[in-house]
Ligand binder design. Sequence first.
Ligand SMILES: *[C@@H]1O[C@H](CO)[C@@H](O)[C@H](O)[C@H]1NC(C)=O
Ligand SMILES: *[C@@H]1O[C@H](CO)[C@@H](O)[C@H](O)[C@H]1NC(C)=O
Length: 259
Amino acid sequence: MLTTQRILLLLLPLIAGSLLRPRTKHTFGTALAGHKERTLLLTAHPDDETFFFSPTLTALSYSSMHGLGDIFVVSLSTGNAKGLGDARREEFGRALEIFGIREERRSILDHPYLQDNKTSAWDPAVIAEEIHPLVVEHNITTILTFDSHGITGHPNHRSALAGAVHLISSTLLLSPSTVCPRLFTLYSRPSTKHLGPLAAFVAPGYISSPGPVFVASLVDYVTALRAMSKHPSQLRLIPFMKGLFSRYLWVNEWVEVTM
Ligand SMILES: *[C@@H]1O[C@H](CO)[C@@H](O)[C@H](O)[C@H]1NC(C)=O
Ligand SMILES: *[C@@H]1O[C@H](CO)[C@@H](O)[C@H](O)[C@H]1NC(C)=O
C-alpha cells in the first residue's frame, strides 16, 4: 500500500527534477526556412492527448502562442467502446482548451471502421485517407503519434502509428505542393514483459533515431492535471492515481521514424 509518506517520496524527486530542468524544447525543428513548424498530434481516443502527450502539448502550445509554430490535435475515435463517445468528445474539447488549443485546431473522427475497440486494430489505409486532407490543408510538417508499443499496447494506439506510416509511405502525399511531414513517435518505456521498444522499430521498411525530449515544468504539470480534470468520464480512482504518477505527464521522449 502507498502511504502518504511514500507518495511524497515518489513525488519530490519529480518535482525537484522538473524545477531544475526547465523545458528547453519548443519545437521539433522541422520547419523549412522562413516557414513555421506545423505539427499534427495523432491520438486514438479523447484523453490520450492529456494522459500521454501533455509535456509536448504545453510546449507546442507555447510555441504557437509565440508565433513559432502551429499545433493541431486529432483523435481518431470518440472513444465510444462503453457508449460514452458523446461525453468524451466534449471532454476532449474542454481539455484542449486548457492547453490553449482552440476549436479550429482540433478534430475528432467518428468513422465506422475506426471505432474504439480494445481488441481490434484499425486499417492503416483508412486512417491515412482520413487524415490526408488535414495534413494537406494545414501544411503539416511534423506528425506525432504513439510508437509501435503504444504505451499500453492498446491496438488502437498502435494503429495510429501504422496509419501515419501508411500516409507518409503511400502515394497520397505525392502532389508537388505538399511537404512530406516528418514522423515522430512517443517512446514507450519498456514495461516488464516487453522487449526494448526500439527493437520493435528495427522492423522491415523503416528505421528510427532518438529525437527531442520535452520535459514539463511544474506549471506544465499543473496544466496537465487541470486538463485531466476535464475528463471526468475517465477518472476512476485507480487509473487516476496511476495517471498522477505517470511519467508521461512529466517527460515525452520522441523517436523519429524514417522510411
Ligand atoms: C507549406 O510549408 C512549407 C514549409 O514550411 C513551405 O515551403 C510551403 O510553401 C508551404 N505551402 C503552403 C501551400 O503553404
Ligand atoms: C471489438 O471488435 C471485436 C472484433 O474484433 C468485436 O467482436 C467486438 O464486438 C468489438 N467491440 C466493440 C465494443 O465494438
